[in-house]
Design a protein around this ligand. Structure first.
Ligand SMILES: Cc1cc2nc3c(=O)[nH]c(=O)nc-3n(C[C@H](O)[C@H](O)[C@H](O)COP(=O)(O)O)c2cc1C
Length: 247
């Protein structure tokens, strides 16, 4: 029995703890085939999905992602790849070289993102739990080697899938006030600070109710800590060496 899309989306949280129950191949296939109906730029389908069940590979991916245990213990890990390799092959079939650019990199990364969201929604509608893993970009080259990716393919993000351990389902995190996200006709930049302040307090209360004591700036504080210095400084160079262009 599947939930309605609206219920699935309204109820979702990231799930990082799973039961030992495997995910049946037929169910995974159903999810992946449905997700492949996701829209894709100019029907190019510039993505690939690597399905990883091998415990040893998941273990190594968990380490590369900064020791994220959920990657090791989930029954299925999916790597969503931007894939311009197949475009290059298609162009070679016509005697052309692919003119790589920022646009081809973005198109492939957006395509990979869209199909992953469809996978997540389809999986969660069937009762599975999941969490996306951006830390696949901590060591993109090592991840690519482990998964046998050719030039022109990188893992944009991963996704753990499994049956939720019902005893460890976290409560939903409050989202930013809608005024900061949904703009009517034109972007509304008034009182962004005030709205962030209000959200900081709401999130601090949420964490406090869970016994976690964060400072009062529970949303903006950690973000400021993280982003006042470069993050993944080598990423551009590494992805260029893997066949992507940012020009
Ligand atoms: C692109 C992307 C990358 C993420 N990377 C990680 C990750 O590496 N590890 C992790 O535990 N959660 C990761 N998350 C999950 C977010 O932390 C989570 O979605 C966010 O805190 C909101 O919580 P919620 O999904 O429960 O509402 C990622 C989410 C997205 C969309």
């Amino acid at each position: 029995m599947s939930q309605s899309v609206i219920d699935t989306l309204n109820n979702r949280v990231s799930i990082r703890f799973y039961t030992d129950e495997p995910i049946e191949d037929a169910l995974l296939e159903r999810i992946l085939q449905a997700a492949r109906r996701a829209p894709t730029s100019s029907n190019m389908q510039t993505y690939s999905i690597i399905v990883v069940k091998n415990p040893e590979v998941k273990k190594q991916l968990a380490v590369l992602a900064g020791n994220q245990k959920h990657i090791e213990v989930c029954p299925v890990f999916l790597a969503f790849c931007a894939d311009i390799h197949k475009l290059e092959v298609a162009l070679h079939m016509h005697g052309h070289e692919l003119k790589k650019s920022l646009e081809t990199t973005l198109v492939a990364s957006v395509d990979a993102s869209l199909v992953g969201m469809s996978v997540q929604t389809a999986a969660e509608s069937l009762g599975l739990g999941s969490v996306m893993i951006g830390s696949m970009r901590n060591h993109p080259k090592e991840v690519a080697e482990l998964l046998g990716l050719p030039q022109g393919v990188y893992v944009v993000y991963g996704m753990c899938l499994g049956w939720p351990d019902k005893t460890q389902v976290p409560p939903q995190k409050p989202r930013l006030p809608q005024d900061l996200i949904i703009h009517k006709e034109r972007y509304n930049s008034s009182d962004i600070r005030g709205t962030i302040d209000a959200h900081n307090k709401e999130l601090a209360e949420h964490y406090e109710s869970l016994g976690r004591n964060l400072d009062e700036a529970a949303w903006s504080g950690p973000i400021a800590q993280r982003l006042h210095k470069p993050v993944r400084e080598e990423l551009r160079k590494t992805l260029e060496s893997m066949g992507f262009s940012f020009d």
